[in-house]
Structures are given as C-alpha cells and as structure tokens.
Design a protein around this ligand. Structure first.
Ligand SMILES: NC(=O)c1ccc[n+]([C@@H]2O[C@H](COP(=O)([O-])OP(=O)(O)OC[C@H]3O[C@@H](n4cnc5c(N)ncnc54)[C@H](OP(=O)(O)O)[C@@H]3O)[C@@H](O)[C@H]2O)c1
Length: 333
C-alpha cells in the first residue's frame, strides 16, 4: 500500500456518475472502503469489464426490462458508481465475523449486483461467491474465469447437467459460453456450440464436440434435439426452440426478455420441460470448483483483451461492440 492508502483515505477507481456511453466512465480518487463485520477487504489486482457493466452503464437491458432501471440500476444516475462484478486479488483485512479467509489469501470473487470491482480495493460480503485463486494462474487469467464461470455453473447446476447429456450452448464464444462449453464437457456431456465463423476453432479447442456457425446455419432447423439448451444470446425463446429440446429436457435462459421471464413457468408446466431464467445458488464450495478445474487444466480462461485501469473507457468501448470473445480484463494493481 502507498502511504496515503495506509492512512486509509483514498484509492483509485473507475466511476460512472451518469448513464451513457463509455466516456461516462472516468478514473478518480475515491475513499477507501472499510469492511463491515461480515466483509473482506480485497486489494484488487484484476477485474473484467463485462456485459453487466455495459448494461449498468448504458441502461441497455433485454426487451421489456426497462421498468427495472430505476429499481436495479438507479433513477437519475447509476446506483453503483464503481462498476465491476468480479475480482481477483489479495485479502488485506477481514471483519470480525468472517471465517475461512484471512489477510494474505489470494482470492477470486463474484460481487454480482454489489459491483465495486473496478477499484484498487473492494469490500466483499462473505455471503458472495469467494474462493482461493487457482494456484497455477495469474490474477488476470484467474479473474477471466469468474463472471462467465459463476453464471455457467449456476445454470448447469439448475438443470443438473451430467454424463451423457446432449447440451447446446448458444453464444459459445462469450464469457458465459466459453465457460459453459468447458464445464459441460467436464461433466461428461456431449456439447454442441453455436458461435460465429471467427470463433469456430477456439470453441472447438475448448472441447465442443460439434460447432454450428450461426452466420450460416440455424440450430433449430436441423432436427437435432438436446437435453439442455443454454441461451447466452437471447434469441432462443421457448417458442423457437421447443422442438429442439428432448422430452424432460431444459431451456436455460441466461438472457431473455420480460416476456420470456414471465412465460417461463407456464411453458415449463405445459411442456414438462424445465424453462428457467434463474440459475441455482452458487455456494463457496461450488465456486471453488472453478479454481480446482483451472488447476487441473479442465477449465481455461479465454481473454479477449487486457486494459490498464487508466484505459477503462477503451475497455468499455470494446465490450459495447457485443462481439468480445471471452473476457475483457482490467489490470488494476
Ligand atoms: N442471468 C444471469 O445471471 C446472467 C449472468 C451473466 C450474463 N448474463 C447475460 O448473458 C448474456 C451473455 O453474457 P456474456 O458475458 O457471455 O456476453 P458476451 O461475452 O458479451 O457475449 C458476446 C459473444 O456473443 C456472441 N454472439 C452474438 N450474437 C450471437 C448469435 N446470434 N449467436 C451466437 N453467438 C452470438 C458474439 O460472437 P460474434 O462476435 O461472433 O457475434 C460474442 O463472442 C448477456 O446478455 C448477459 O447480460 C446473464
């Protein structure tokens, strides 16, 4: 820590005090957070600029979900000025009620809607998904597992994907998709991945058994059926893909419209297939699976680009294209 930080006063953080384009974000000095009794204080080495940061900053939500803006994002300005849903870093302090982690531990964590990862220090409630960092990966590689890995774990667990299952991952080249392909393979599933032409080889290298290029083929029109379809794009509502799901199978809507959310339980009841827009809870133990798999070589991070904190606006600009591959990492320490 610098002398100033030791005094517990200031840290550098990327902040957005208004909704808008990438230029709404700037780096400035902020007060250092002080952990509460049930919180860890982590010196952040790396975070990612994720699609969630894009959504929070720009208010770009899936169709019909605009009414959530004042509730979840803020009325006149972002409710959480410091974005960043994930971190990799070193624990520097823990509150009295924290167990299982101590200063000096190298950790990864998913802050989720708490945000706050785009800063030199982050306060993390112990209730969040936190685990030891993979020993064999550096901080930037480690953080690239978190956002997509946490989400993919939650949804694959929800459908209890296991050995022999046929799984289709729509949007296999994004942060969630690249993790989902690998995690489904690791469970013994047979994986069909849907991505664009330039990512076909990458996705195959992650273990996909079959790759469908969405620019030339429509996976709903080839007569194939799956035990689970994981939609990470938002263009696979139940009406469109019902015939591609085996009896008793699942449609996992990682992203969907308000209509898709509202109809999920009705579609489930009527079809006998699981249709859901929510994942299973991810405990510390489940989350630690990401580190174990990374250390065994079964899960590898996919990093599109890495930016220094000072270049955070450029990082947002790249994420805004909607065409990143895997994660866009922010180097902070
Ligand atoms: N429910 C939850 O808890 C939760 C959690 C995390 C994320 N999400 C949502 O899940 C979605 C995916 O997140 P992410 O982080 O993976 O996003 P991402 O990394 O930004 O995804 C970008 C990828 O999507 C691919 N893509 C775009 N259009 C496609 C299409 N028609 N077919 C197949 N692939 C396509 C792009 O490939 P090309 O460049 O080739 O087009 C790109 O590689 C987001 O909408 C996010 O909001 C939900």
């Amino acid at each position: 820590m610098t002398t100033e930080q030791q005094q517990g006063t200031r840290m550098r953080a990327a902040v957005a005090y208004r909704f808008g384009g990438p230029e709404a974000v700037r780096v400035e000095q902020r007060p250092m957070p002080t952990p509460r009794a049930d919180e860890l204080l982590v010196r952040v080495h790396a975070s990612t600029v994720s699609i969630a940061d894009h959504r929070m900053r720009s208010r770009d939500l899936p169709e019909g979900l605009g009414f959530l803006v004042p509730i979840s994002l803020g009325v006149f300005r972002p409710r959480k000025p410091v974005l960043g849903m994930d971190v990799a870093g070193v624990v520097v302090a823990v509150g009295d009620e924290v167990t299982g982690f101590a200063p000096g531990d190298e950790v990864i964590a998913m802050l989720g809607s708490t945000f706050g990862g785009h800063a030199e220090y982050a306060r993390i409630p112990q209730s969040k998904a936190i685990a030891r960092k993979p020993a064999g990966l550096d901080m930037q590689q480690s953080v690239a597992l978190v956002f997509g890995g946490h989400t993919a774990l939650a949804f694959l667990d929800r459908a209890e994907v296991g050995p022999g299952d046929e799984v289709l991952v729509n949007g296999a080249s994004g942060a969630v998709g690249t993790a989902a392909v690998q995690l489904a393979k690791q469970r013994g599933a047979r994986v069909t991945a849907v991505c664009g032409t330039r990512n076909v080889e990458l996705v195959r290298s992650l273990g996909a058994d079959r790759v469908i290029d969405y620019t030339s083929d429509d996976f709903t029109q080839n007569g194939e059926t799956y035990d689970a379809i994981l939609d990470c794009v938002g263009n696979a509502p139940f009406d469109r893909v019902a015939d591609s799901i085996k009896p008793g199978g699942a449609l996992l809507l990682v992203v969907t419209s308000l209509r898709g959310m509202l109809r999920a339980s009705r579609d489930s009841r009527r079809s006998g297939k699981l249709v859901t827009a929510s994942g299973a809870p991810v405990s510390h133990e489940r989350f630690a699976e990401l580190s174990r798999l990374a250390d065994s070589g079964a899960l590898r991070p996919v990093i599109d680009r890495t930016y220094d904190l000072d270049d955070v606006v450029e990082a947002h600009r790249h994420v805004d294209t909607g065409h990143k591959t895997g994660s866009v990492v922010l180097h902070i320490a």
